[in-house]
Design a protein around this ligand. Structure first.
Ligand code: NAD
Ligand code: ZN
Length: 360
């Protein structure tokens, strides 16, 4: 039977969002219906609402955790009642990347059919095939990863996007090595998670770079050993001053701005690895001094979702949280209701929050 619920659809570029009634149809073959218990507000939702990266309308929310309430025909796992974190990557196992063992690059990631619709029968596409700014969603069974019920929903949902992306970018994309030096530009939820990944990898120097003094103070909680505020002078020079004039082994862009990527490339030591995580708007370009790029060596990598495999990594990150090694409580700066997402977007634009988490 269809479920009556509500959700948030971005309809106009920069237009204020508010909950509206939604009908959620039964799961089809291979799909599961999830009652969303918590959803984090990621900057990618805001980019979409602001019209920077995709066309509207779109049903927002892609950082969710909840309970499986119904399963469609043929679903063996998860089961009704399972507590799950929702993934926007569910490798198909058969595409050209999966076939050569690169499941983290899957080019045909599994999604459910759109089943959340307005009472009038409009199906706004759910962002990343999830649509978790809603009381319920229907996803492919492989997108719903069972985890220990010992982690509360508000913490669990953070693993679904921002935390997994940041930790994975440090551990998998860049492969931060023990004793190395790291600079992280943008100390929001993604950036502080890169900082945690670097801490878990036993980096020696972890430099957080952000314009907001409060973000720099929070970054220290997550493992930053030094902080740099670009408002106080060229961040590249400040990073050099902290690294005997050399620059860092690993630098991360967690903002989504070409000028920041230039700084990320420039603050590296010889053979340094730059990792782009931030999502820049359409039409953003980068001017690259090729001779300097060559002389410095190293590489520029792009990290999609921290190169994670959700079925391997979600339970692992939950385990680290339960052992006290991965901080998640400290990321929740606001607990909000669905009706407060617009306020959360505005607070994010003002740089006031790490994560606002919607509780249902
Ligand atoms: P956020 O808004 O919480 O954090 C961004 C931070 O950047 C803020 O703390 C802000 O103060 C800081 N900042 C802004 N301009 C800056 C500058 N010039 N120099 C230094 N810091 C600056 O956002 P978030 O949710 O952490 O997401 C960060 C980025 O990562 C976004 O672009 C988002 O779309 C992207 N993202 C990418 C992936 C992926 O798979 N690659 C996944 C999730 C999010
Ligand atoms: Zn996200």
């Amino acid at each position: 039977m269809a479920v009556q619920g509500e959700g948030i659809v971005a309809r106009e570029v920069r237009g204020a969002v508010a909950p509206e009634p939604l009908v959620i149809d039964e799961p089809g073959p291979g799909e599961v219906l999830v009652r969303v218990q918590a959803s984090g507000v990621c900057h990618t939702d805001l980019h979409i609402r602001n019209g920077a990266i995709a066309s509207l309308p779109m049903l927002l929310g892609h950082e969710g955790a909840g309970i499986v309430e119904a399963v469609g025909p043929g679903v063996v796992q998860p089961r009704v009642g399972d507590y799950v974190i929702l993934a926007w990557r569910a490798p198909c196992g058969t595409c050209r990347f999966c076939r050569i063992g690169q499941l983290h690059l899957c080019a045909a990631s599994l999604n459910g059919q759109p089943r959340q619709h307005t009472p009038a029968g409009e199906f706004p596409p759910p962002i990343m095939g999830l649509g978790t700014f809603a009381t319920h969603t229907v996803v492919h069974a492989n997108q719903a990863v069972p985890v220990s019920p010992d982690i509360p929903p508000a913490q669990a949902c953070l693993i679904a996007c921002g935390v997994m992306t940041g930790v994975g970018a440090a551990l998998y994309t860049a492969g931060v090595r023990p004793g190395s030096s790291v600079a992280v530009f943008g100390a929001g939820a993604v950036g502080t998670s890169v900082i945690q990944g670097a801490r878990l990898a036993r980096a020696s120097k972890i430099i957080a770079v952000d314009l907001a003094p409060q973000k720099l103070a929070w970054a220290r909680t997550f493992g930053a050993t030094h902080t740099v505020n670009p408002a106080e002078g060229d961040p590249v020079e400040q990073i050099r001053a902290l690294t005997d004039g050399y620059g860092v082994n690993y630098a991360f862009e967690c903002v989504g701005h070409p000028a920041v990527l230039e700084q990320v490339l420039a603050c590296r030591d010889l053979a340094g690895v730059a990792t782009l995580i931030g999502v820049a708007g359409h039409g953003s370009t980068l001017a690259l001094d090729l001779s300097r790029f060559f002389d410095l060596g190293g590489s520029l990598r792009v990290s999609w979702y921290g190169d994670c495999l959700p079925t391997r990594d979600f339970p692992l990150l939950v385990e680290w949280y339960l052992r006290g090694e991965l901080l998640l409580d400290e990321l929740i700066t606001r607990r909000i209701a669905l009706a407060e997402v617009e306020d959360a977007f505005q607070a994010m634009e003002r740089g006031e929050t790490l994560r606002s988490v919607i509780g249902f």
